[in-house]
Design a binder for this molecule. Sequence first.
Ligand SMILES: [Ca+2]
Length: 432
Amino acid sequence: MIFFKKALISLLALTTILGGQAEAKKQKKPNVIIIFADDLGYGDLSCYGNPTIKTPNLDNMASNGVKLTQFYVASPVCSPSRAALLTGLYPKKTDLHKGVLFPNSKTGLSSKYPTIATILKTQNYKTACIGKWHLGHLEEFLPTSNGFDYFWGTPFSNDMSRKEQQILGRKNYKYQLPLMHNSDTLELDPDQTQLTTRLTDKALGFIEENRKSPFFLYMAHPMPHVPVYASDKFKGKSLRGKYGDAVSEVDWSVGQIIKKLEKLKIDENTLVIFTSDNGPWLVYKTEGGSAGPLRDGKGTTYEGGMREPCIMYWKNKTVNGGICTQITSTMDILPTIASLTGCEAIETDGKDITDYIMQPEREFNKETVFFYYSKMGILEGVRKGAWKLLIKKGQKELYNLNQDIGECYNLINEEVEMASFLEILFSKENTN
Ligand SMILES: [Ca+2]
């Protein structure tokens, strides 16, 4: 009897301990890593069909996670797209809809708009922005004024540099590209062949240092934005030329981050998201990227400008090799992270897509409406289900994206009812 009593007490104690551990595990906040490429197109990764650019690490991430095939950015250029990713709002709502910021811009992302970093700070996350910011270089607009504990990178694009402009034959360019730590400038016009490597080192250091506390890493690569550069490890290696070298190095960087998570045994508690800020810069021909089967590229509201590769991976949480065909966007990321980390919900233009990434094969949500704003913030299009209506300078185009991914066949005269229906949504959004 005594034996049984002791055994029962031990069993109860063990259950309490295990229960406590399970509880602690359950309550552990997940780490979040967003890796944002610059000007990478829909057709630039091997897992999205590129025949000559090798991206083994991203392909692995896709086969162990979920690949999204109808994932949009909210603007076809840098600054507005980045504002939307971080705030979950269409760029007009943060007053950053009119094109990109320049080294002489006096504006930027105001701290009155909560970012992913701001909301995660309320949950005691350590937050870092490593790489390209491009949401205002003045102190009040820098990452450190927008929820990030740490910033190491460049405040604007890698072509906004005297050195690079001289290479392009433009002699009178006034500005140099700063490499910054928080609000201090460390270097001017840094050697861009070393940027991806140096940024990766900083990211690995941040992960290592914060492995015990929940962290948010926003890793925004300046590559493969023109001028494209790669270090000697990758230079001249890709069949796709300089552009392929730069993408391969970004892919290597992704691999380094995943390996670090595995080594620290925090991969099961970390959501990693990879995507790009806008489509390929086609004017640079082979030095820019490719939108694959999509029409056009950066700066336009055709699919090539705004539909991006996107991979989400969370070990043992996301389905291996899942494909999510739902209409999703960068504006969904803030509400999704808020829901996964227990943050108070804030109003955004996105939706919580946790279910989409955990059960990617579920039935298509036919209610999602996505608006296409031009690089200068003018409403140019609307999508619902398969259908997309574009209205540019009074000219109307209607496409069935399920049947015509390349926007080749304008059905405006054939599908009159659908066009009228979408035009009502368009007009409503325009008067908002
Ligand atoms: Ca860009």
